[in-house]
Design a protein around this ligand. Structure first.
Ligand code: DC
Length: 229
């Protein structure tokens, strides 16, 4: 029987981390955890309670109410992946709006938020056989992960992918706002004090600006196979 490992996928926003992670989880029968969805769900909670907006953040109020936030993933067999629930409500669609994307980097820079979510993520990885994507998985959540990948692509390519996703699901958005948001999140995520987005020393880098999903997937499967055999 093959060994079960932890696969950590980090990188910039809209680099296709979740697409690759879902394919890997399906092929190897692993659990997939989208940690960005957890930060987005906390942001949605903060937004709905007026703790965060474009020009304000009531950090102390949010910290006081962190214990009111219960996050869970429930597998949707029709979609083939787990959806995000916030206090037992499915928020998968609400957390993907541009509005939440514009606020999430502010909320995810708060150390108390990170502490709560990292502890939950480490619990999920206890039994291995897990593929987790985010910004600090290989550096903070699972520094001993057997395989660490770091995904990059040009900001323009990433904004184009994100724009298409939002337009396809019926959102009315401007390309320039998406590009601005992608660049702004890169800046905040990479420069925050607590767990900035960094490539782990032992991560394998993938620039997929000009690489299709299938080619990346095949290369990554070869890396996984070497580690589990
Ligand atoms: O992967 P995503 O774009 O859905 O993530 C949304 C935001 O959440 C991202 O801009 C930064 C934050 N995040 C984080 O700080 N740490 C993680 N492990 C995952 C996401």
């Amino acid at each position: 029987m093959s060994k079960k490992i932890i696969i950590a996928i980090d990188g910039f926003s809209s680099t296709g981390k979740s697409t690759i992670a879902k394919l890997l989880a399906k092929k190897y029968n692993y659990i997939y955890v989208d940690t960005g969805a957890m930060y987005r769900a906390v942001t949605l909670f903060a937004k709905n309670n007026n703790f965060v907006g474009i020009d304000f953040l009531s950090k102390d109020k949010l910290i006081t109410h962190l214990s009111d936030i219960s996050l869970s993933f429930k597998f949707n067999s029709k979609l083939g992946f787990a959806e995000m629930y916030l206090n037992d409500k499915n928020v998968e669609k609400e957390i993907r709006t541009l509005e939440v994307s514009q606020l999430v980097s502010k909320v995810s820079a708060i150390s108390e938020v990170r502490k709560k979510l990292v502890a939950e993520q480490q619990l999920m990885g206890k039994s291995s056989g897990i593929v987790m994507d985010g910004r600090d998985i290989g550096t903070v959540v699972f520094p001993n992960a057997e395989l660490k990948l770091f995904m990059t692509a040009s900001a323009d390519k990433r904004a184009t992918r994100r724009y298409k996703e939002l337009i396809d699901r019926g959102d009315k958005v401007d390309f320039k706002d998406i590009l601005f948001n992608v660049e702004e999140r890169d800046r905040i995520d990479s420069t925050r004090e607590d767990s900035p987005l960094l490539e782990a020393d032992d991560a394998i880098g993938f620039d997929n600006s000009d690489m299709g999903i299938q080619e990346q997937f095949e290369r990554i499967c070869a890396l996984v196979d070497r580690r589990i055999s």
